[in-house]
Every structure is written in structure tokens, then in C-alpha cells.
Design a protein around this ligand. Structure first.
Ligand SMILES: [Zn+2]
Ligand SMILES: [Zn+2]
Ligand SMILES: [Zn+2]
Length: 164
């Protein structure tokens, strides 16, 4: 997969510069509250996710970090990403047994407290919030069970990737 797509603008879950700053500060505060030490690397990982605003593979994050920190191990990158998941800064999903990570939408002003799902581009990770939840359209009688959670994601190719 080609991960060098810096020249393309992939904004969908639009964040203004102000919101990006806010999201970064929230994330850092959340890490601190959970007892994690704030390191330059952690902050940089967070900044990459906020800047991109789309789903990324751990390898993509790692490749960027090793440009700057050649000795950083993949393990360290992965552990940091998982710490972010634990404190709710990142959310994850998977496609073809590969894990994808993204800044948690619930932190973002555009849809705070709004339950929603995503279309996800399987090539570039671009995500588009969906305006409907399929749970609202299930006719099966589920009154006997206790529903605890549900997942729904639409995978495909975004407008840019489908032209390649
Ligand atoms: Zn979202
Ligand atoms: Zn795409
Ligand atoms: Zn739903």
C-alpha cells in the first residue's frame, strides 16, 4: 500500500485549527489523568492522528516516527497507540485482519455525543460519518435479549481512490 499521500487533501470529519488544538489538549489532559507520562513521542503520535483525521495503520504511524527517531521500535509505537485506545483518545476497527486507528470522533465538536457510523476507504483510510444507524431499522424481535453494543461500518473506495 502506498502511504505517501501527503499531497492529497482528505478532509471529511472537518476540524478547524482551533478544534485541532482543543482535541490535542483534551487528549493530553486525558493521558495525564490516566497516569500516563507525557512524552514528546506520545504528543507527536497524537498530532499525526489529529492532523490526518482518518484511519491509519500502526505501520504508517511508525514509518513517520522513524523518520525522526530511527531507533524507535515498532513495539513502542504499537504500545503507545494502545495506551491511546485505553484512555479513549483513539478508536480502532479492522479491515482484512489489519487494524486501523483513528482519533475518537466523540472528542470532536462536529458530533460530540452523537452516536454514528462510518464509511471507510479501504485504501487511504478516509472516513465519512453516516447519518443513519441500522439499529433503527431492524424488524427482528429482540425484546428478549439485552443488547450491549453493535458495530456497523461500510468499506469501499473514496472518490479519489476509485479513480486510481
Ligand atoms: Zn465520526
Ligand atoms: Zn481513499
Ligand atoms: Zn448505531
Amino acid at each position: 500500500m502506498n502511504v505517501n499521500k501527503e499531497n492529497i487533501n482528505f478532509e471529511t470529519e472537518y476540524l478547524t485549527d482551533e478544534q485541532k488544538k482543543q482535541t490535542l489538549n483534551d487528549g493530553l489532559a486525558r493521558l495525564k489523568a490516566a497516569g500516563f507520562k507525557m512524552t514528546k513521542k506520545r504528543q507527536e503520535i497524537l498530532e499525526i492522528f489529529i492532523e490526518e483525521g482518518k484511519y491509519l495503520r500502526a505501520k504508517e504511524i511508525h514509518d513517520r516516527l522513524t523518520n525522526k527517531y530511527p531507533s524507535m521500535s515498532y513495539n513502542t509505537t504499537y504500545r503507545n497507540i494502545y495506551d491511546f485506545i485505553k484512555v479513549g483518545i483513539l478508536e480502532s476497527t479492522e479491515y482484512n485482519q489489519e487494524q486501523l486507528f483513528k482519533i475518537n470522533c466523540m472528542d470532536q465538536e462536529h458530533d460530540s455525543n452523537h452516536h454514528h457510523h462510518h464509511f471507510i476507504c479501504r485504501l487511504c483510510g478516509l472516513s465519512i460519518p453516516l447519518k443513519a444507524c441500522p439499529m433503527d431499522h431492524i424488524d427482528t424481535d429482540l425484546s428478549d435479549v439485552l443488547i450491549e453494543s453493535h458495530r456497523f461500518e461500510v468499506f469501499g473506495l473514496c472518490a479519489t481512490c476509485k479513480l486510481k
